[in-house]
Design a protein around this ligand. Sequence first.
Ligand SMILES: Cc1ncc(COP(=O)(O)O)c(C=O)c1O
Length: 393
Amino acid sequence: MTTKKRGLSTRSVQGNKRPQPGPAVEPIVQTSTFIFKDQHEMVNAVQGTSGKHVYTRWSNPTTRNAEEKISSLEGTDDTLLLASGMAAISSTVYGFLKKGNRLLSCDSIYGGTLHLFKEVLPNQGIEVDFHPLDGFADAVENSYGSYDMCYFETPTNPVLGIVDIRRVASAAKATNTVSVIDNTFATPINQRPHELGVDVVIHSATKYLGGHSDVIAGCVSGCDEHIKKVRSAARLLGGTIDPFASFLLDRGIKTLAARMVWHNFNAIFLADKLSQDSRISRIHYPGLPTHPNHSIARRQMSGYGGMIAIDLDANLNMTKDFVDSLEIFLNAVSLGGVESLASIPALTTHYGFSKEELEKTGISESTVRLSVGIEDPEDLLQDIRQALDLSIR
Ligand SMILES: Cc1ncc(COP(=O)(O)O)c(C=O)c1O
């Protein structure tokens, strides 16, 4: 038996352990409850001493299988799967923070998380401060431990800002602050923040982990002690994932490493080609040497992912025409599936933000977010070029 750590493709397909003889695919244990022989067995299970499943809101074998696979990919002791990325984020916050605690968040984060932090947490006595992406690590360091948690994303949604993970993690450790990252855009194939020192890693598993736009799910990974806290909160908050969704997720993760090769390739191909097109005023992609934090991205990512944002040399109407003229890129929100999608953040994730608020997060009315799928790269390029021809004259 070899002790060498398995590669990421092997871990995507098989996790870290050889399955037990029996079905080659983890069965879908579609049950809410589990039957016990007698009270002795029941009590042992409830106390957690036998490791048996009791009730699917607490744990389920199909879900456990997917959790173990995600832990093997992120390099963490444990993972908790939940019904959505937002359930993962809210359960993490409530697992760690209580009334009177303070959270320092980067201001470039997913819109739903931003709303949770701005509108829900302060009403429950949790103080939230926001800091821009630039200098976020310094802000954590200079807080001298006055925050209980720091929260960030990298690359950020939607304009792919890059935060230095190692710097934030070490500043958080030095100040006794729990560090939490949303690793959705990167995936554990391209970036493993726990190995760089971050305590807790979150995903909207709806995106690349699932990979086929057919499941809503979220996960939280970290050391045993941290995941225990989140698990306790999640049990009561009730954002439980359904066993069938866990099955779909595990099925999706089997091809994660293979899919990411194509996502990474197609995105860098498009970013490079489109950077020569004068109808596009700016390309946001961490793999381009022109990205302001390309050197940090190069240090902490092994691939730059499938997300690109482009600013068109256009007004809002022309930008709408551009997206409506695309034939292969589909007109939809979300990201990370095998099919390419295009959306206008000013009209979707950041709808209702003022022009100034948009500018602060680096978004303009002509920004288009592209989730680059695994179709043929030449087809994708051709699709964007024909849509530019039709919309920008
Ligand atoms: C970066 C990021 N984090 C979290 C979420 C929330 O995930 P979910 O929609 O699965 O709740 C999203 C959703 O788009 C996202 O893009």
